[in-house]
Design a protein around this ligand. Structure first.
Ligand code: T4K
Length: 365
């Protein structure tokens, strides 16, 4: 039986990629904001229908440097039901993460709990469009305006999505995408920040290049987070096929829903109202008491058949040993409950219907 992993990178044909990178052998210009970098930025602006974008070497550096560019100090309200990157970006900026619980249905930040966490040190909210589920944007916007807070969306999972007809990248002060190999759209490694304020953009451009302001001036303590030309070329190719890839994902997604949709004890992740989805992930919440099997048992049964489902996102970031019990996990009980029961099933464009059936049969048996 073939191995099925949680995802598989989308790639253009070998010939298409070779054609795209051919000119690099003439120019010898491999990185530092070359022509592929500029072209990908322009293509993404058009595809995403956004005004401003800055590319990065990965999604994590995009979050980290976006927080730095905003010159934030104090506390940032966020959720622990996410990848390590979100919390680490806050901590690595010398900021304090304040963990808010999540909504039990879409797993995004529970906006009814944000205001209670606001103190005079709160400077920003960093919510996550987890699995591509769009946060309660209107409510976050209202709270941010009332308390004069910055909003940075971790939109790592939301590439190509729209909410109320507008790009997921157009909300908040900034929204950050990941273009990692495992994402709906990839540049091998990569990421981007979409932003409103052009001054923030200039700052981001400098911060990803060591803080270099001009030939003889370094005005900030930046990092090296530039996307190279080979990654940008991969992005240019993959973007040509993105709609087709998302459509193929939809077919896989719907097959799963057909097979698992009406099973007692399984909670699926519904497509949200007014959202044009990208079908990034297929999380299932297992209620052992009703379904009869726990998440761990299903995980093991799938692993035995060479199927690599993943426990995204377990453990919660506020329980990481890196933080030495600094955070009280009992303050995010819904996130804890979900993280112990969730399993993310394989989902990628080329996953075959018979493979989905095989996965579902194992789960249902
Ligand atoms: N915020 C959020 C909410 C995120 O989820 C992430 C990243 C970030 C921020 C940060 O963005 P980046 O800095 O990564 O751009 C993976 C990814 O590495 C990570 O990008 C992603 N989130 C996270 C949810 O998943 P792992 O440790 O699970 O990856 P790994 O190596 O186990 O790969 C998973 C599966 O993907 C493999 O079983 C097979 C497939 N795969 C993997 C690679 C590396 C491929 O098909 N091709 C590949 O090249 O973290």
């Amino acid at each position: 039986m073939n191995n099925i992993l949680v995802t598989r990178s989308s790639m253009p044909s070998f010939e298409e990629y070779c054609e795209e990178i051919k000119e690099l052998w003439d120019t010898h210009w491999l990185t530092n904001m070359g022509t592929k970098h500029k072209q990908l930025e322009a293509n993404l602006k058009r595809y995403l229908d956004i005004d401003n974008i800055e590319l990065f070497t990965n999604g994590h550096m995009a979050i980290e440097l976006t927080l730095q560019a905003m010159n934030l100090q104090g506390e940032v309200i966020t959720t622990p039901f996410t990848f390590a990157s979100t919390t680490h970006a806050i901590v690595r900026n010398g900021l304090k993460p304040v963990f808010c619980d999540i909504d039990p249905v879409d797993f995004t930040i529970d906006t009814s709990k944000i205001e209670n966490l606001i103190t005079d040190r709160t400077c920003a909210i960093l919510p996550v469009h987890v699995y591509g589920n769009i946060c309660n944007i209107e409510e976050i916007d209202r709270i941010a305006k009332k308390y004069e807070l910055k909003v940075i969306y971790d939109a790592a999972h939301a590439f190509g999505e729209k909410y109320k007809g507008k790009s997921a990248g157009s909300y908040g002060d900034a929204s950050v995408f990941s273009f990692h190999a495992t994402k709906v759209f990839n540049t091998i490694e990569g990421g981007a920040t979409c932003y409103k304020d052009e001054q923030l953009g200039r700052h981001l451009y400098e911060l990803k290049n060591f803080g270099i302001h001009g030939p003889e001036e370094v005005s900030a303590v930046g990092a090296n987070a530039k996307m190279n030309e080979f990654c940008a070329a991969m992005g240019i190719c993959n973007l040509r096929h993105i709609d087709e890839e998302i459509e193929k994902r939809r077919v896989v997604f719907e097959r799963y829903v057909e097979r698992l949709g009406n099973i007692e004890g399984l909670q699926l992740n519904a497509v949200q109202l007014e959202v044009k989805p990208n079908y990034a992930y297929f999380p299932v919440i297992f209620d052992e008491k009703v379904f009869g099997k726990s998440r761990e048992e299903v995980f093991e049964a799938l692993a035995k058949e060479n199927i690599g489902a993943r426990k995204y996102f377990y453990p919660l970031t506020n329980t990481f040993s890196a933080f030495h019990n600094k955070y009280d996990v009992t303050k995010t009980p819904v996130a804890l409950h979900i993280s112990k029961r969730v399993l993310t099933l394989p989902l990628y464009a080329d996953l075959q219907p018979e493979d989905v059936d095989r996965i579902c049969n194992i789960i249902l048996q």
